[in-house]
Design a protein around this ligand. Structure first.
Ligand SMILES: Cc1cc2nc3c(=O)[nH]c(=O)nc-3n(C[C@H](O)[C@H](O)[C@H](O)COP(=O)(O)O)c2cc1C
Length: 167
């Protein structure tokens, strides 16, 4: 199995490269994979989340044999992400995983920055109004305002467990 990723601002690439190093697997960006990876090749696909959709997943499903699909977003991990992803992504016979990446406002265009700003406004206001913010809430609020990364090797554990059983 080969790892293929689609990353806009780097978080998904970081996860893909960490997973490849830990599992001794080959890793390619979508652009590279289109050049070197034969069609129907079994892959794990990681893509950044855009309005719940795993960017690049539809093309990947058409071209390769996607055995496992991973969405990387800014939201804290939680069941909601997976439920949204299950509705917004059609990946036949493959499990879906969610990983928290981060937010890099300087690396996206003004239009997308503004769109994300609008979507996260209510959460920002809610957290700002809260007096006793937990450390996690503080870090999340800071990420929403200034940008930041939650990429951590240990987040890959459920995917590594799946690989151990199905790889
Ligand atoms: C237009 C746009 C839409 C986004 N939609 C979501 C979303 O639905 N859920 C989420 O958790 N993150 C969302 N994000 C945040 C990105 O998925 C997040 O920053 C991710 O870490 C980007 O991965 P990358 O660094 O590999 O490009 C969105 C970002 C942009 C720019």
């Amino acid at each position: 199995m080969t790892i293929v990723y689609n990353s806009k601002t780097g978080h998904t690439r970081q996860y893909a490269e960490m997973l490849a190093a830990a599992e001794k697997m080959k890793v390619y960006s979508v652009q590279e994979a289109q050049q070197v990876l034969p069609e129907k090749e079994p892959v794990i696909f990681l893509g950044w989340l855009m309005a719940g959709h795993i960017s690049g997943i539809d093309q990947a499903v058409r071209r390769w044999d996607v055995r496992c699909a991973v969405g990387v977003g800014m939201a804290p991990d939680g069941k909601d992400n997976l439920a949204t992803m299950a509705k917004a992504n059609f990946v036949p016979n493959a499990p879906l995983f969610y990983l928290q990446g981060g937010w890099a406002p300087k690396k996206v265009g003004w239009f997308q920055r503004r769109a994300v700003g609008m979507v996260t406004r209510a959460t920002r206001k809610q957290l700002q109004a809260k007096k006793d913010r937990t450390r996690q809430e503080e870090a999340y609020l800071s990420m929403l305002i200034r940008g930041g990364s939650f990429v951590e090797y240990q987040n890959l554990k459920p995917i590594q467990d799946w690989l151990a059983a199905n790889g």
